[in-house]
Design a protein around this ligand. Structure first.
Ligand SMILES: NC(=O)c1ccc[n+]([C@@H]2O[C@H](COP(=O)([O-])OP(=O)(O)OC[C@H]3O[C@@H](n4cnc5c(N)ncnc54)[C@H](O)[C@@H]3O)[C@@H](O)[C@H]2O)c1
Length: 260
């Protein structure tokens, strides 16, 4: 990724942080965007030893924040080659009790945020291509919950299914410019988001009983896929979702958890 310029949303921690780190190690310049200013600044401070990384505070569900994010990234680096739509949130509630505001908030970040950032960056990319520049690529972070569901994660599950379809339609719409759009669908990855769910041994065993590889994934294992999808090696891949889930999606029934 030498000389490439990337935006990673939700890059202050977890999977987004690991992707920003991997891109920097691979030679890219990175804008980390996050709604959590303090964590975003701290992350960029840590990552700055690896390369040119800037923080921009942005709520991806807000059109004006997204416009400001793209303008700041262009100001800083003059170009955007790779966008990773990683920012995400969840809300646990029984379907019968879920409030409209909570449904809207999760859909706003997880699905509308991908649309807003994707459209804004794609407009820049198309403009650049029309002036003779190289096409870039977009990577959206979905989830295995695009395929299977969690009954008390109503909006989260629906939003992640939406991200897979949005990825397909963006890929089709932007193929004429050579812009590739793909998604990654992680299973259970050890981040703050998962820690909120896997709070005790019993919860961990429940997760592992549906994970044939017998362990929870690491954020770096998602970052590696993002690096591949952003690379020339993935030059003929578009509209796809790569599921990295330790074997959960193919599994019927459960596996006995091991003691690790
Ligand atoms: N951890 C998992 O097991 C797992 C599994 C499947 C999919 N995912 C997806 O991976 C992505 C990253 O998840 P994670 O586990 O690293 O979560 P995380 O909670 O550790 O990090 C998410 C980051 O996104 C930021 N964010 C939240 N709302 C935002 C907004 N409106 N605008 C900008 N930034 C915002 C948060 O401040 C945080 O820094 C999410 O899209 C999540 O749905 C995670």
């Amino acid at each position: 990724m030498d000389g490439k310029n990337a935006i990673v949303t939700g890059g202050a921690r977890g999977i987004g942080y690991a992707i920003a780190k991997r891109f920097l190690i691979d030679g890219a310049r990175v804008v980390v965007a996050d709604v959590d200013e303090k964590a975003g600044e701290a992350a960029c401070e840590e990552l700055s030893a690896l390369g040119d990384v800037r923080f921009v505070a942005a709520d991806v569900a807000e059109r004006l924040d997204v416009r400001n994010l793209v303008a700041n990234a262009l100001d800083a680096f003059g170009d955007i080659d790779v966008l990773v739509n990683n920012a995400g949130t969840s809300h646990k509630a029984d379907f019968l009790e879920l409030k409209e505001t909570d449904f809207d908030r999760v859909m706003g970040v997880n699905l509308k945020g991908v649309f807003l950032c994707g459209q804004s960056v794609a407009r820049h990319m198309v403009d650049k291509i029309e002036k003779g520049g190289d096409p870039g690529c977009i990577i959206n972070i979905s989830s295995i919950n695009a395929v299977v569901g969690i009954p008390d994660q109503v909006a989260y599950t629906a939003s992640k299914g939406g991200v897979v379809q949005l990825t397909r339609v963006m890929a089709l719409a932007l193929a004429q410019y050579g812009i590739r759009v793909n998604a990654i669908g992680p299973g259970s990855i050890m981040t703050d988001m998962l820690k909120a769910v896997v709070t005790d041994r019993e919860a961990r065993e429940r997760v592992l009983s549906r994970t044939p590889l017998g362990r929870i994934g690491e954020p770096e294992e998602i970052a590696g896929i993002a690096a591949f999808l952003a690379s020339k090696d993935a030059g003929y891949v578009t509209g796809q979702t790569v599921y990295a889930d330790g074997g959960r999606l193919p599994l019927n029934y459960t596996v006995p958890p091991n003691d690790n």
